[in-house]
Design a protein around this ligand. Structure first.
Ligand code: BGC
Length: 447
């Protein structure tokens, strides 16, 4: 057996998000978020599940942090719930919300775990949605205000920040496909929201710089990889479009100060126009320190004029699928990171999410999730290839620390290293937990 070794200072971590784990949805002055509303609309979330209780991490975080410590992670990527801090989205700050995150962050620090904070992982205050949400530019101001409060409050404790998690999902999946909150189904709205989210990102970065606090800031787009089924130009172009919708669309503006014209034209042909106000591109392209990348799946695809907005059809060419139905394509992880490096250069990259859905249940206290281990193993090998090729990948956050509310899938899909019983809220370490613990201890894996 050969061992592949990660750099000495590599950051091993795990990730979660507020709405998916916290619960306590009405406690200590928290306002409602769009997910509280959306999950209550019949048919939007499987089984009518919601995040009212979720994993109850709001109360059980000492137990969760003890588990993180046992796991051996050096950093924990969590998100703050904006409606806990500003129940009305803007205006009066809720001291109890700040207090909660202080206790939480202090407990992480006391256990030697670095807190890494995502500022927006989709739980927009509902009051802001009532005024148009992200399609209304005033939400950008509200976000900047919330971020400033949080920066001032937590500087010195939190030194790594991600502004927006997966802007593609928060815009197109949520406002064009309507699968996530708030559930709009309109391309123009999707496009407006996508742009406003990126301006909001830029506003937060600029504010962070103005305040001059120590720390690193970036954002966390999700990417995918598509291998053209044939070398025919139309297949190659379809894959380029689909990859680019996630990648160039959300990264060119940050790194190059402009949107990729091939997609601007494509959206135009589909009837949606980009609305850019003066100063927007300067804001979006405020230099960042770190780039978070979320990667889960990739596949083979070809052109199909009936294949939706991007005119693409993915093909099942025999890759294995996780329990959520996503094809496993570890080579795509290497390919997409190589593409990012090629296009945007040497900015430090953190894999802010990668992981697999397998719904194994405990049998006599054991969760034998061999398939999750195999998935992570394969992706870590590709990651090490990246590092050995000179791509500056500095860390890896496993999604997720524990099973949690999987958005439109409710509690039916499990991504955790720790199993959560949603009746008793008992936590059970899965076999993957021990495997990952061992990986961290050895700072590498065997191949
Ligand atoms: C999101 C997570 C989600 C995971 C699995 C990402 O899209 O950031 O919140 O649970 O993937 O679907």
């Amino acid at each position: 057996m050969t061992k592949i070794q990660f750099p000495q200072d590599f950051t091993w971590g795990a990730a979660t998000a507020s709405y998916q784990i916290e619960g306590a949805y009405q406690e200590d002055g928290r306002g409602l978020s769009i997910w509280d509303t959306f999950s209550r609309i019949p048919g939007k979330v499987i089984n009518g599940d919601n995040g009212d209780t979720a994993c109850d991490s709001y109360h059980r975080y000492p137990e969760d942090i003890a588990l993180m410590k046992e796991l051996g992670i050096k950093a924990y990527r969590f998100s703050m719930a904006w409606p806990r801090i500003y129940p009305e989205g803007t205006g009066a700050v809720n001291p109890q919300g700040l207090e909660f995150y202080h206790s939480f962050v202090d407990t992480l620090l006391a256990n030697g775990i670095e807190p890494v904070c995502t500022l927006y992982h989709w739980d927009l205050p509902q009051v802001l949605q009532d005024q148009g949400g992200w399609s209304n530019r005033s939400t950008i101001d509200a976000f900047a205000g919330y971020c400033e409060t949080v920066f001032r409050e937590f500087h010195g404790k939190i030194k790594q920040w991600y502004t927006i998690n997966e802007p593609w999902c928060a815009s197109f999946l949520s406002n064009y496909y309507g699968e996530h909150a708030p559930g709009n189904k309109d391309l123009q709205t999707g496009l407006d929201v996508a742009h406003h989210l990126m301006v909001a990102h830029g506003r937060a970065v600029r504010k962070f710089r103005e305040l001059g606090f120590e720390g690193l800031i970036g954002y966390a787009p999700n990417v995918t990889w598509m291998e053209p089924y044939t070398t025919r130009q139309e297949d190659v172009d379809a894959c380029r479009r689909q990859i680019g919708w996630f990648l160039e669309w959300f990264m060119d503006p940050v790194f190059k100060g402009q949107y990729p014209s091939f997609l601007v034209e494509w959206f135009k042909a589909a009837g949606a126009e980009l609305h850019i106000a003066e100063g927007d591109m300067e804001l979006i392209s405020e230099p960042i320190d770190i780039l978070g990348i979320n990667y889960y799946n990739g596949s083979v695809a070809r052109h199909n004029s009936e294949g939706g907005l991007m005119q693409i059809e993915t093909l099942d060419v025999g890759y294995e699928h996780t329990d959520i139905g996503w094809p496993i394509y570890p080579q795509g992880f290497y390919n997409v990171l190589s593409r990012i490096h090629e296009l945007y250069g040497d900015l430090p990259i953190y894999i802010t999410e990668n992981g697999a859905c397998y719904n194994d249940e405990p049998i006599e206290g054991v969760v034998a999730d061999q398939k999750r281990i195999s998935y992570i193993h394969k992706h870590l090998i590709q990651l090490e290839r990246c590092i050995s090729s000179g791509i500056p990948v500095k860390g890896y956050y496993s999604w997720s620390l524990m099973d949690n509310f999987e958005w439109a899938y409710g509690y039916t899909m499990r991504f955790g290293l720790i199993h959560v019983d949603y009746n008793t809220l008992a936590r059970t370490k899965k076999d993957s937990f021990y495997w990952y613990q061992n990986t961290i201890e050895n700072n590498g894996v065997e191949i």
